[in-house]
Write a protein that binds this ligand. Structure first.
Ligand code: PLP
Length: 365
């Protein structure tokens, strides 16, 4: 790898993970003393659903066996749920694994990855580790700039990464505009649409690009059970694409068809059957967002409307060390090094958001 790339890669990956050890040791030191409000990783504090818990508990005694046929069952259920075919799915331990595989795939070809200037770093980061160049497309305010993406595609582009709704800025692009953008991307350039937060978007899962997968040979849609389904700790995600892409990705996936494990997989099967839980959780998170919006609007804090389970907001109406002061109150929020003027607050239970607002009230300037 060229020295310049190596340095850039180190800065990018370092920035993304630098906060993790500090937060982890903070949680370890404090977990027995007080309740910690985990508003930093966009987890779903209403999950997992009781039906998922019960399916997983039932499966525990069967953990002595290899259960690859259950992975097959999950793919069949996903296919039925989304009107696709079983061979159009790769199921992985969290969607992070698919993003990693795609990044590596492009990196090994030493091609370029296009991503938003403020977007989710996993795929570009792994791409860069393996030899890809990452090109950042300036944002259109808080939104991904699809026009800018179109203009930036050139002969070196191997993949465009569209996180929709976008983490960390929390906005979504219009599904019709996104579909029309995807149709304009040349066939030899892969499109990865990361839909980790699609259930929280204005149109919900109906806004997914999965309906385009049969039409576009270069589209890979990535989804997760970590957010709306409340299963982050079980690690379950998937890619949906045309079968030839799924085969190519499977060749690089080191599980030989035996990962993820039995527990996340039976959990996923149960989760798909419990859409009521998802609707309820999305509704509860909406209420929590409202609590934050009301306070922020009263205080003049600038924030986009969130299509996710977190709120992204400017920090300038608060003391400069607002994030560390919140941490001292056992409230964890996120500030990636790239977010100089903003912070990101995951939305949990309403009483937690009330407490957050109470604390923030005293940190205003
Ligand atoms: C946009 C986005 N994609 C993917 C992930 C990875 O999720 P997981 O590996 O838990 O499926 C996250 C996690 O926060 C995310 O925000």
């Amino acid at each position: 790898m060229k020295r310049r790339n190596w340095i850039r890669q180190s800065i990018l990956s370092g920035a993304a993970i630098a906060l993790t050890p500090a937060i982890n040791s903070f949680i370890k030191e404090n977990e027995e003393l007080h309740e910690i409000y985990r508003l930093h990783w966009n987890e779903n504090h209403f999950g997992p659903s009781p039906s998922v818990i019960s399916a997983i508990q039932k499966a525990v005694p069967e953990g002595n066996l290899y259960w690859d046929e259950k992975i097959d069952d999950l793919k069949a259920d996903l296919a039925q749920f989304q009107g696709r075919k079983k061979d159009q799915y790769l199921v992985t331990s969290g969607s992070t694994e698919v993003l990693t595989l795609l990044g590596q795939h492009i990196g090994l070809q030493e091609k370029n990855i296009l991503t938003g200037a403020e977007s989710f770093p996993t795929l570009p980061m792994f791409g860069q580790r393996c030899g890809a160049n990452v090109r950042y497309v300036p944002m259109d305010g808080y939104k991904l700039n699809l026009e800018g993406f179109s203009e930036s595609i050139d002969a070196h582009t191997g993949l465009v990464f569209i996180c929709n709704p976008n983490n960390p800025t929390s906005t979504e692009v219009d599904p019709e505009e996104l579909a029309s953008f995807c149709r304009r991307v040349p066939d030899n350039v892969l499109i990865c649409v990361d839909e980790a937060y699609i259930e929280f978007s204005k149109g919900g899962p109906q806004s997914s690009m999965i309906h385009l997968v049969d039409e576009l040979p270069n589209l890979v849609v990535v989804r997760t059970f970590s957010k709306a389904y409340g299963m982050a700790g079980f690690r379950l995600g998937y890619a949906c694409s045309q079968a030839h892409n799924i085969q190519a990705l499977s060749m690089r996936y080191p599980s030989l068809g035996m990962a993820p494990g039995l527990l996340p997989v039976v959990g996923g099967i149960a989760a798909l059957k419990d859409q009521e839980f998802v609707d309820r959780a999305v509704g509860q998170i909406k209420e929590g967002k409202q609590i934050v919006y009301e306070a922020f609007d009263r205080w003049g804090v600038i924030h986009p409307h969130s299509s996710t389970n977190f709120v992204y907001a400017r920090k300038d109406r608060f003391v400069a060390d607002v994030c560390s002061r919140l941490r001292k109150q056992n409230i964890l929020v996120t500030q990636w090094p790239s977010m100089r003027d903003h912070f990101r607050i995951s939305v949990g239970k309403s009483e937690w958001m009330d407490r957050l607002v109470e604390e923030l009230e005293g940190m205003r300037v």
